[in-house]
Design a protein around this ligand. Structure first.
Ligand SMILES: Nc1nc2c(c(=O)[nH]1)N[C@H]1C(S)=C(S)[C@@H](COP(=O)(O)OP(=O)(O)OC[C@H]3O[C@@H](n4cnc5c(N)ncnc54)[C@H](O)[C@@H]3O)O[C@H]1N2
Ligand code: MOO
Length: 639
């Protein structure tokens, strides 16, 4: 066990990212090493020195066409009125494309332009000009010419040029070896059995693949426990064997966050904390002559910090500029609040609606890897900005090709698992189309259609007066706008009850009378509106229900709540009840419909979407869920 006790360092700096980057780049001064490798396997590698051609290409005067080699001067007499006969072996020789031209000849006549008289004789009616249809020596590559300067990244065609010039071995920059050390007592490999407090180690794999992508050679060190002695040992070994060392997690202020102390003890620390959200607890330092980058544990922070501080080092070593992502001007669909004094990095969904790119923020939690998986782009809010308003035009860096974004169907509103099935069916039938969705609830979805920020919104809004779904809401909020309501699904809402229904609940009155602990939904949720209507019809009020004020934000969280308590009850959809092995008693069928802009409804994409909805394959998948049915021969309602 380690004898030294480290103080918990609580305060992290807020160093500007650019300053931290410049400092670590300046400190990284390893001389570039080179290695000789076979040219054929050098794709993507960076030339370490200028490369010269060993031979010319072509290496001899070569025929560029199938035909005959001649001496041009000997053909000058040829004329339509005075055809000229040439004798094989004396005045011409047959050649094919690529053949060497015999030394006595200096031109090629294409086979189409000769008339064969007999085995020995041909006739021409037009003279040849010197060097016509001949690829002279070095037409392509001249021996000893410089093919590439140093610092050139080799592409497939470049490898062809190397081989053509008989350069079979090429000097390239050695890939910098980047050792990646995941730390943490809680980390286990993905094939281990999980228990509470155990976290699957995956950052290491992500880091390794980024490093490889950038041109480095990753080495993923086995997981190191949060013990100073073990961390020290791993760091000391890594700085001996590698060019750059990345240590993951333990970078913040926790009781087991030792990295910064060990780094201070073994070398120098330039930075502990950068003015970025996420990614703040970065550590930059040096042990002996090797730079050590400590990146935060949370995956999103970690990947960003890696790009900010490790990618520049790899590029500096390789002698290449850092790649930049393409940028795009977008309109913000929602307001974005940012921390003063720190750069904010917001992952964004981007959609193309009505000739305009509209972007909405994804979750900003640094532990949500799916926010990066789903992101179309990244909005960087500079330190001096407090954020942006809805409707502002801002610039985002793109994570995906703009064409892919342009082709996506932007889905908003209430989430339903059939939308994911629809999305995968669509992708199966049209590889160039996909659905991108943000789950904001029915009302917000309706508003997104009104503001021209979505193509389609999934809504299930019950009007307690008319007991009709959706139509009154669309009429009220989208009056005068071209919108179409496309009846999509009937889904069954029902009581979700503990297995065996111990309280014997069958109706809303039972919930009140038997004093069940009710797990309610949030205000505005379609399920809550339904529950309120059921209460009203039974002559009951919120006060009669235990737990009316406890709000859950999804069907699944209601189900989870019911699962743990024999006195509980909730209202929700069948698949959520099934996922938690609960009893389910159907209460009502609700309409979950798709609201679309008329322009989208009639567009090629809209037509495709509807044909997928009405396809046998999609309906069969929906039927499998249970408690769901696609509306047959849906009749659109125009507003
Ligand atoms: N009192 C304070 N607490 C925290 C601060 C702070 O400033 N003051 N900063 C927070 C921020 S922001 C971040 S980011 C994290 C950084 O945490 P650490 O770098 O110390 O990392 P851990 O606590 O060990 O891990 C955090 C979290 O990351 C995940 N993780 C870690 N390693 C891996 C891995 N190899 N593969 C996948 N996931 C990994 C894991 O979920 C950990 O729970 O600190 C905050 N706290
Ligand atoms: O800065 Mo932490 O990196 O937000 O999650």
């Amino acid at each position: 066990m380690d004898k030294i006790r480290y103080n918990r360092k609580i305060y992290l700096e807020d160093k500007p990212r650019a300053q931290a980057r410049n400092e670590v780049l300046a400190a990284f001064d390893l001389p570039q090493e080179k290695e000789w490798i076979p040219a054929a396997g050098a794709l993507g590698r960076i030339t370490a020195e200028p490369v010269f051609a060993n031979v010319s290409m072509p290496f001899y005067h070569a025929s560029a066409m199938d035909g005959i080699a001649v001496n041009a001067e000997a053909t000058y007499e040829a004329h339509e009125q005075r055809p000229l006969h040439l004798k094989m072996g004396e005045q011409f020789e047959y050649v094919d494309t690529g053949n060497a031209i015999p030394p006595q000849y200096n031109a090629v006549i294409m086979v189409e332009n000769i008339q064969v008289i007999d085995d020995e004789t041909i006739e021409i009616i037009e003279p040849a000009t010197p060097w016509q249809h001949i690829r002279p020596i070095g037409e392509d590559i001249v021996q000893e010419e410089m093919l590439f300067t140093q610092g050139h990244q080799l592409r497939p065609a470049d490898l062809g040029a190397l081989l053509a010039a008989q350069v079979t071995e090429v000097a390239v920059v050695k890939k910098p070896l980047v050792t990646i050390i995941p730390t943490g007592n809680e980390l286990v490999s993905a094939d281990s059995s999980l228990s509470s407090g155990r976290i699957i180690e995956f950052n290491g794999t992500v880091f390794s693949n980024y490093v490889e992508d950038w041109g480095g050679q990753p080495y993923l060190h086995p997981i190191v426990k949060d013990e100073p002695e073990k961390i020290r040992e791993a760091l000391l070994e890594a700085v001996e064997t590698s060019d750059i060392v990345v240590i993951n997690a333990g970078s913040s202020a926790g009781s087991k966050d030792y990295t910064v102390h060990i780094l201070e003890e073994l070398g120098t620390v330039f930075t502990h904390g950068v003015a970025t959200r996420p990614g703040k607890p970065v550590i930059l330092g040096k042990i002996k002559d090797k730079v050590v980058v400590g990146v935060p544990g949370y995956p999103v922070s970690a990947y960003m910090a890696l790009e900010w501080f490790v990618r520049p080092l790899v590029c500096k070593y390789l002698g290449i500029p850092e790649p930049e992502r393409p940028k795009l001007q977008v309109k913000l669909g929602r307001r974005i609040v940012s921390t003063m004094g720190a750069e904010d990095f917001v992952r964004m969904n981007i959609g193309y609606v009505d000739g305009q790119f509209v972007a909405n923020p994804l979750t900003r939690a640094a532990g949500v890897t799916m926010s990066l998986v789903r992101a179309d782009g990244l909005l960087v809010v500079p330190p001096e900005e407090l954020g942006y308003e809805q409707g502002d035009i801002v610039e985002v860096e793109l994570y995906r090709p703009v064409e892919e974004i342009k082709n996506a169907i932007v889905f908003s509103g209430s989430h339903d698992l059939t939308i994911d099935l629809l999305s995968s069916q669509l992708k199966r039938q049209r590889t160039d189309m996909k659905i991108v969705s943000s789950h904001v609830g029915s009302m917000a979805g309706l508003m997104a259609i009104r503001k021209g920020e979505a193509h389609v919104a999934g809504i299930h809004l019950l009007d307690p007066e008319t007991k009709e779904y959706n139509v009154t809401y669309v009429r009220k909020f989208l009056a005068g706008q071209d919108a179409v309501l496309y009846p999509f699904l009937k889904r069954t809402q029902g009581w979700m009850l503990p297995k065996g229904n111990p309280l014997g609940i069958e109706s809303v009155s039972d919930i009140a009378e038997k004093g069940a602990d009710y797990a309610n939904r949030q205000k505005g949720a379609g399920t809550r509106i339904l529950f309120d209507l059921l209460l009203k019809e039974a002559g009951l009020s919120a006060d009669d229900v235990n737990g009316y004020d406890r709000e859950m934000f999804s069907h699944l969280s209601v189900a989870a709540e019911v699962k743990g308590n024999d006195n509980a009850a909730g209202l929700g959809i069948f698949p959520a009840a099934r996922a938690m092995s609960l009893d389910f008693i159907p209460v009502a069928d609700e309409n979950y419909d798709l609201l679309m802009t008329k322009a989208f409804f009639e567009s090629e994409k809209g037509i495709w979407l509807r044909s997928v909805i009405q396809s046998y394959a999609f309906k069969a998948e929906v039927a499998k869920i249970g408690g769901y049915a696609v509306v047959e021969n849906s009749e659109p309602v125009y507003f």
